[in-house]
Design a protein around this ligand. Structure first.
Ligand SMILES: Cc1cc2nc3c(=O)[nH]c(=O)nc-3n(C[C@H](O)[C@H](O)[C@H](O)COP(=O)(O)OP(=O)(O)OC[C@H]3O[C@@H](n4cnc5c(N)ncnc54)[C@H](O)[C@@H]3O)c2cc1C
Length: 427
């Protein structure tokens, strides 16, 4: 037998040899019979039940680079898992070794240079906390538990993107292990445009340097519940309104339906507490009395949706970016959402404006300039509903997609349950 092959006790399929360069210093090996196997192989989406051949968990950045160089050098297959949020489950595969980056979560901030040095497995909350000590932040997602590398290298939509661009626009440098070799990608490199939008296709990102920006101490989160009729009325004039959205404000519009088919609309706006333009803009959507508001720190803003998106939930999600929201299509979506099903379904449009539109190289990035990112999500609780839930999610997305053919649609692979959406260059 090839000396690199070993059979892991309890491995699946039973008796299948595992290709391995082990043992390696500072790398823990976790097999199916070890305590810690279940959390190690778990993905955010519990409907993705993957069984890797083995899990390797490096304890230092150098051990991780050494391990990946060795795997790449020998042409061995492996996956990388950081926060585990890949909706397509790209970070864990059946019968393939998985490298778990959960011990590499350090973030160092250089406040003078306004830079964050982020390790391969850090989550958004590690970055946000480290930067907040200096009153700094950069665009991140809307929850605190996604991995920084996956989010930023795949685009990175967040509340601050009107002011600072997408997360990927703020990548200053990356350390990459590719083809068994270390390389540095910075703004002088031709690989930077690939890194900003489809960076994880380049190889193992062992570290990222992100630009930080001063943000105020307090933010104001405003939300207005709208009936479907009110939301539908807003849609024809939405483009003009969105052009007037102040750059310092982030805005998301959502349609939600319960299993009973009760559909409601929600508009959320997050802006610095002292923004005068944000409340004025909100008043153009709904009278001031319709808005509820909370004052939050930036860290609280980043955490306030965490409870809604719990690790271990089950869902299908897929997204596209478009130049305009097509009102007729939203009418069709509402009809679908009104049908009773066992699912909670949402359609959210994140508004891209300000720096989110001005930055980015549109010729090669996976996140081309569009005004809206539309995200369709179908969620359920029971494992027995997995197949049905996925097909309900696909049906919802198909209507969204077909209805936006004239709106210059592009896929947002970072937020998709379909593995093909993450392929770069797109098929
Ligand atoms: C609940 C939820 C909320 C989200 N909110 C947002 C949002 O607000 N804005 C937004 O833009 N996106 C959002 N996303 C999408 C999310 O940013 C992407 O799924 C991202 O890729 C997740 O990264 P991760 O490390 O958590 O996931 P993982 O599954 O661990 O990794 C995702 C991909 O990146 C690869 N990868 C991870 N680390 C590395 C590394 N160091 N080097 C090379 N490859 C690596 C993995 O192999 C995998 O292919 C959300 C997703 C979920 C499930």
């Amino acid at each position: 037998m090839d000396p690199r092959l070993r059979v892991l006790p309890g491995g699946c399929p039973a008796g299948r040899p595992v290709l391995t360069p082990m043992p390696m210093p500072d790398v823990e090996e976790i097999g199916p019979r070890d305590a810690g196997w279940e959390p190690a192989r778990a993905l955010f989406d519990a409907s993705l039940d993957r069984w890797p051949s083995v899990v390797w968990r490096p304890y230092t950045a150098e051990a991780a680079r050494r391990l990946i160089r060795s795997l790449q050098g020998q042409g061995l297959p492996f996956t990388l898992k950081s926060g585990g949020h890949s909706a397509a489950g790209l970070s864990v595969a059946d019968a393939v070794p998985m490298v778990d980056l959960s011990r590499l979560r350090a973030v160092r901030v250089d406040p003078g240079g306004r830079l964050a040095y982020v390790q391969a497995g850090a989550l958004m909350r590690h970055l946000d906390r480290a930067a907040a000590r200096f009153g700094l932040a950069t665009t991140g997602g809307t929850v605190s538990h996604t991995g920084v590398v996956g989010l930023a290298c795949g685009g990175g939509l967040g509340w601050l993107m009107g002011r600072f661009g997408l997360a990927c626009d703020n990548i200053a440098q990356a350390q990459v292990v590719q083809g068994g070799r270390d390389l540095v990608v910075d703004e002088s490199s031709a690989l930077m445009t690939t890194l900003r939008g489809s960076g994880t296709s380049l190889g193992f990102i062992s570290g990222l340097v992100l630009r930080l920006h001063p943000v105020g101490q307090r933010f104001r989160w405003r939300a207005a519940d709208l009936s479907v009729a009110e939301l539908t009325e807003l849609l024809p004039g939405l483009s003009e309104r969105v052009q007037a959205l102040p750059a310092e404000a982030g805005c998301a519009l959502t349609l939600r339906s319960t299993p009973e088919g009760h559909v409601t609309g929600l508009v959320e706006v997050v802006a610095p507490d002292d923004s005068l333009a944000a409340p004025q803009w909100c008043a153009t959507l709904a009278t001031p009395g319709r808005w509820s508001a909370r004052t939050l720190s930036y860290l609280e803003v980043q955490r306030h949706l965490d409870a809604e998106f719990e690790f271990g939930s089950r869902s299908y999600r897929r997204s596209l970016s478009v130049d305009a929201v097509v009102p007729a299509c939203i009418g069709e979506v509402v009809d679908i959402l009104r049908a009773p099903t066992p699912f909670w379904r949402t359609l959210t449009f994140d508004v891209l404006h300000g720096r989110a539109m001005a930055e980015r190289n549109i010729s090669s990035s996976c996140v081309p300039r569009r005004r809206y990112a539309g995200i369709a999500v179908c969620r359920w609780a029971e494992p027995t509903l997995d197949a049905l839930g996925r097909s309900a999610g696909r049906e919802l997305f198909a209507v969204l997609d077909a209805g936006h053919r004239e709106a210059n649609p592009a896929r947002y692979g970072n937020y998709s349950s379909e593995p093909a959406d993450s392929r770069y260059p797109p098929p």
